[in-house]
Ligand binder design. Structure first.
Ligand code: ADP
Length: 259
């Protein structure tokens, strides 16, 4: 029998796209977009053709992180939107449709339609992996997305803090409902290392590892708090571009083994 929640919308694959991976977090601000961007960069550095779609209608940030926030969009002869390419990655983001000063005010049903259009009316071409940066939380929009495209799996981003883990578990439950496997957990903001090499676990210790153990899924990365990560995001050059042995690369290698 179909899983609960599976019946409302048929899951579609996207033509030419081999794998779709959703990056989710229950809670905002844990670094989901940062992780999505750098994971996409790390996957591309292994020779894969990678796309990245910012599904956050209300606070898109991927375009900024790749330094292409003000690019104009064009469409192909089939009226599909041509993604913007930056650092070898095909990008699509609500950020391309809006200026910084115009917050989108889109209510439920329209928001759902927008996000679906996003995914299905983009001329992705041939991709090995499409990374979906889901909006934070586990509401209607997230559910629509995970129900309407055929996901290979999901990656859960959390900090080690219990309050983030509680929300991450909600995301895990959402994916279970629609039969999408959890490919692993990426713990972000795991510690800060000072110039003397001391590590400070600002948001607590081991939360990601414990959650991974509980779910019997791999802990794909523990990512320290690093000012270069912020600077990279603000300058349009994700930090993984210049740190080839980053935790994002280790996560990418583990993910590729599962695809
Ligand atoms: P989310 O998508 O979960 O809302 P973001 O990716 O926007 O979170 O990250 C929130 C903020 O934290 C951003 O300012 C980002 O640059 C910063 N940030 C995320 N991860 C790290 C990290 N590992 N080190 C330093 N800053 C980080």
């Amino acid at each position: 029998p179909p899983a609960q929640g599976d019946s409302a919308v048929g899951k579609q694959s996207l033509p030419g796209v081999k794998h779709i991976i959703a990056v989710a977090s229950g809670k905002g601000g844990v670094g989901k977009s940062t992780v999505s961007a750098n994971l996409a960069v790390a996957l591309a550095s292994q020779g894969l053709k990678v796309g990245l779609c910012d599904c956050d209608l209300y606070g898109p940030s991927i375009a900024h992180m790749f330094g292409v926030a003000h690019h104009d969009l064009t469409s192909d002869e089939n009226e599909n939107i041509i993604p913007i390419e930056a650092h070898g990655i095909k990008l699509m983001s609500m950020g391309f449709l809006l200026s910084d000063s115009s917050p989108v005010i889109v209510r439920g049903p329209l928001a759902n339609r927008y996000t679906q259009q996003f995914l299905k009316q983009v001329a992705w071409g041939e991709l090995d992996v499409l990374v979906l940066d889901l909006p934070p939380g586990t509401g209607d929009i997230q559910l629509t997305i995970v129900q309407s495209v055929a996901l290979t799996g999901s990656v859960i981003v959390t900090t080690p803090q219990e309050i983030a883990l509680i929300d991450a578990r909600k995301a895990v439950t959402m994916f279970a409902k629609v039969n999408v496997p959890i490919l692993g957990i990426m713990e972000n903001m795991s510690w800060f290392e000072c110039d003397h090499g001391n590590r400070y676990p600002i948001f607590g210790e081991g939360g990601g590892a414990r959650e991974a153990e509980r779910l019997k899924v791999p802990l794909l990365a523990e990512i320290p708090i690093n000012p270069a990560t912020c600077q990279g995001a603000d300058s349009g050059n994700p930090v993984a571009l210049t740190t080839p042995d980053s935790p994002y690369h280790q996560a990418a290698t583990q993910l590729m083994a599962k695809l």
